[in-house]
Design a protein around this ligand. Structure first.
Ligand SMILES: *Cc1c(COP(=O)(O)O)cnc(C)c1O
Length: 445
């Protein structure tokens, strides 16, 4: 349950309670402004600042199941779910119990532990391509480690990425491609030197590029979930596999979102294509910071201490994060995914229905348990150029109308919508009512 704040102590940094309902000094805006005096932009991940939808963020005091509660005590049906990290719903008892038990044993040691071993075994059992698994603290670390590993293993430098895929805040993978045309990357953000992306080639999603023997790795979101939700066209993943085999390049599936979200075996199981390396994050930490690289034994054993490719981390394989991840994976039996897929289908259908009845042009494409939002009349989205035709202003209006009706979606038009074990039928019914009202508001705004 959520700690209620003592209003007298709320101003002090020593107060650890977060729900300040009725304290009189605790509006979202006050908290956000105070944060912005200590944290650049008031956020620790840029999208949270609402820049692309306008307005100011709600500040979360706590959460349970499908709901988040802000510092003013407002409850929202949450479709963010920590961008997919929280699949069991917020504060799931299996996870909170595992976290407490692990914390009581000590939080980090700088030595091997049974908990990291068990999580690695659990991943290896469920994802057969992951003969070995190495942990780190974020999806970003996972993709940067996988790329270093592929380069070290092949002795080559070039990395191929797909326009509109996202692999975290890793210099070599923050390249922008010119409007879908194959090009050696230009930095996609200030602060990335041209040299860092000079060997990064950006190509259009859903087209198999022709590779040559300079290519160390192809890294791909096997289902793209950071440009809305875009399914791989038939033959795309198979073609990448064949092309990588032809030139001896390492195929990396970035399953930071899709891993343990689409099903126990991730996108590689769903599409029957086996990568050499897989990156994980999000779900495998049960909502705690984690990342992992798994893959073929011979490649994985190129990592230090067995091989020449360095990897290390003070908190890597952290006992609390691995305990939380293991607790989550233990709940995720195959039948859970059948149920999550049913809920995702309901979500997509109810949003479609709400928008259609209000005359708001939008569709909500679904791949398994993943749902995206596309605003406007555009047809099926196959790549980033298609995705960019979404009506961002309309998304912003729908987003704010939903928020006013008590539904929290991601504050950006290209993010997925997440349902989990918290979103039962009664939540989805409330959500449908709210969406119908919000769609009517957004269309008239
Ligand atoms: C979220 C995400 C990442 C980055 O993970 P972080 O834990 O945020 O560093 C990488 N790849 C994909 C596909 C993601 O969705």
């Amino acid at each position: 349950m959520i700690n209620v704040c003592d209003p007298q102590r709320c101003q002090s940094a020593g107060c650890t309670a977060t729900l300040c309902v009725g304290a009189g000094l605790a509006s979202n805006d006050e908290f956000f402004e105070r944060s912005a005096r200590a944290i650049p932009g008031g956020v620790n991940s840029s999208i949270r600042a609402f820049r692309s939808v306008g307005g100011r963020p709600y500040v979360v005091a706590g959460a349970e199941g499908a709901h988040v509660i802000d510092v003013e005590g407002r409850r929202y049906i949450d479709l963010v779910q920590s961008y997919g990290a929280v699949i069991l719903g917020h504060a799931h008892p299996a996870v909170t119990a595992a976290v407490s038990a692990a914390a009581a044993d000590g939080t980090s040691f700088g030595a091997p532990t049974p908990r990291e071993m068990k999580l690695a075994e659990a991943i290896r059992e469920r994802v057969p391509s992951c003969e070995r698994v190495r942990f780190m603290n974020s999806g970003t670390e996972a993709t940067s480690t996988a790329v270093r590993l592929a380069r070290g293993y092949t002795g080559r430098d070039r990395v191929v990425i797909f326009h509109g895929n996202f692999h975290g805040a890793t210099d070599a993978l923050l390249a922008a491609g010119g409007s879908g045309v194959a090009t050696l990357g230009l930095p996609g953000t200030a602060g990335v030197p041209a040299g860092a992306v000079g060997e990064t080639m950006v190509v259009p999603y859903n087209v198999v590029p022709q590779l040559d023997e300079a290519v160390a790795a192809v890294i791909v979101e096997p289902v793209a979930a950071n440009m809305g939700v875009v399914e791989p066209v038939p033959g795309f993943l198979e073609g990448l596999r064949a092309e990588c085999d032809r030139v001896g390049a390492v195929l990396i599936f970035d399953e930071v979102i899709s891993g343990f979200r689409l099903g126990l075996g991730g996108a590689q199981e769903r599409y029957g294509v086996t990568p050499d390396l897989t990156t994980f994050g999000k779900v495998i930490g049960g909502g705690l910071p984690i990342g992992a690289v798994g893959g073929h034994q011979a490649i994985m054993e190129t990592l230090s201490p067995l091989g020449p490719v360095f990897h290390a981390g003070t908190l890597a394989g952290n006992p609390i994060a691995t305990a939380a991840g293991l607790a989550a994976l233990n709940v995720l039996e195959p039948d859970v995914y059948t149920e999550l897929e049913r809920r995702a289908a309901n979500l997509s259908a109810l949003l479609d229905d709400a928008c259609r009845s209000a005359g708001l042009r939008a569709h909500f494409p679904r791949v398994g348990t993943l749902v995206g939002a596309f605003m406007g009349d555009g047809g099926p989205v196959k790549n980033f150029d298609d995705a960019k035709t979404t009506d961002e202003d309309l998304y912003a209006r729908f987003f704010h109308a939903m928020l006013a009706e008590g539904v929290a979606m991601a504050p950006g038009a290209y993010e997925a919508l997440f349902v989990g074990l918290g979103h039962d039928d009664s939540v989805l019914t409330d959500l449908s009512d709210a969406a119908h009202r919000a769609a009517a508001t957004a269309v008239s705004a």
